[in-house]
Design a protein around this ligand. Structure first.
Ligand SMILES: [Zn+2]
Length: 74
């Protein structure tokens, strides 16, 4: 019985070591970045939500387009 426990313990330790040295996937910062894309209301290009300019519930790829769109829309 004691031998079985020791073997089980060794297996658990071995698994922990293997997991430590061979992680399935390194945690990268890429995953949250590709989470959401929005479309520029002016030129219809898709841009990452994080770099989009939001104005009046619409998204724009740059300040120029935001100004052009809000200026023309009146
Ligand atoms: Zn644009």
């Amino acid at each position: 019985m004691l031998r079985l426990l020791i073997i089980a313990l060794l297996l658990v330790l071995l698994l922990a070591l293997v997991k430590r040295f061979f992680p399935g996937k390194p945690p990268g910062p890429d995953e949250p970045r590709i989470a959401k894309m929005v479309r520029c209301d002016y030129c219809q290009i898709y841009i990452p939500h994080t770099s989009a300019i939001k104005h009046a519930d619409r998204y724009y790829c740059c300040d120029e387009h935001r100004e052009s769109a809000s200026g023309n829309a009146s």
